[in-house]
Design a protein around this ligand. Structure first.
Ligand SMILES: Nc1ncnc2c1ncn2[C@@H]1O[C@H](COP(=O)(O)OP(=O)(O)OP(=O)(O)O)[C@@H](O)[C@H]1O
Ligand SMILES: [Mg+2]
Length: 238
């Protein structure tokens, strides 16, 4: 076979193979983007364990309509511009790879409205082919919907487990994120069932409500707070 340059869509699918292992990997990439966008509320809706639908809505800074096609381009990022930035990176993402990867193995819709934009805008990409940017009804922030994950990659779909198993992976991920960011409200729903609803909590005792919700009251009852590093431990581990 002669040496040849691979088509862009295939390059994205190969990249997706590295990053998108299962529905929870998509949720991780989308929620990390919401956190990087300064969101204070992140809502995650999933259907069929995330294979049918993953929708992440945030109230972050949004994407300018003119930049929407770039958000889907490989190696396009707003988070770094130089090697120096990379060495001091404080965002969760910086490769500019997640959205094009997801868009190459699923049906992806981004609806967004950046502060100061008179109206929202949307773009849709299915298996690597993107539409033009169109106006869309969207409050300030971003909503990303991912449908039919791995619809065009049967080999990957075979490794997806039951809805319950995939949902468990997603729930554990959101719980971990919710434990790391008390300043952000998280809600996770599977169909009409709410699995986690964690409002923003202020510092101090109010944190305990979130810990109770995620770790259970037994944990917090048996835990002591370390005032110097602001973290909670089970008393027997201190
Ligand atoms: N929820 C969001 N709110 C605002 N901007 C977003 C959001 N999601 C994505 N973007 C924009 O789209 C760009 C591309 O996102 P993508 O996740 O593909 O790359 P990244 O986050 O820069 O890097 P990585 O591939 O490491 O995640 C981001 O750099 C950001 O500017
Ligand atoms: Mg990202």
């Amino acid at each position: 076979m002669p040496i040849r340059v691979l088509p862009d869509a295939l390059v994205d699918q190969i990249a997706a193979g590295e990053v998108i292992e299962r529905p929870a990997s998509v949720v991780k990439e989308l929620v990390e983007n919401s956190l990087d966008a300064g969101a204070s509320r992140i809502e995650v809706d999933v259907e069929r364990g995330g294979v049918g639908l993953i929708r992440v809505s945030d109230d972050g800074r949004g994407i300018a309509a003119a930049e929407l096609p770039l958000a889907l381009a490989r190696h396009a990022t707003s988070k770094i511009t130089s090697l120096d930035d990379l060495e001091a990176v404080t965002t969760l993402g910086f490769r500019g790879e997640a959205l094009p990867s997801i868009g190459s193995v699923a049906k992806l819709r981004i609806a967004t409205r950046a502060a100061g934009e008179p109206q929202g805008a949307e773009i849709i990409i299915e298996g690597g082919a993107a539409t033009a940017v169109r106006p869309a009804a969207q409050p300030a922030g971003t909503t990303i919907e991912v449908r039919d994950l791995f619809f065009n990659v049967p080999a990957r779909r075979k490794f997806v487990r039951s809805d319950t198993t995939e949902l468990t992976h997603i729930a554990r991920l959101i719980e971990r994120l919710a434990l790391s960011r008390f300043d952000v409200a998280f809600r996770l729903r599977h169909g009409s069932r709410t699995l986690l609803d964690a409002p923003v909590v202020s510092a101090g005792e109010a944190e305990r409500a979130r810990l109770d919700e995620i770790l259970g009251g037994d944990f917090t009852a048996a835990a002591v707070r370390q005032p110097h590093n602001n973290c909670w431990n089970r008393w027997w581990s201190t």
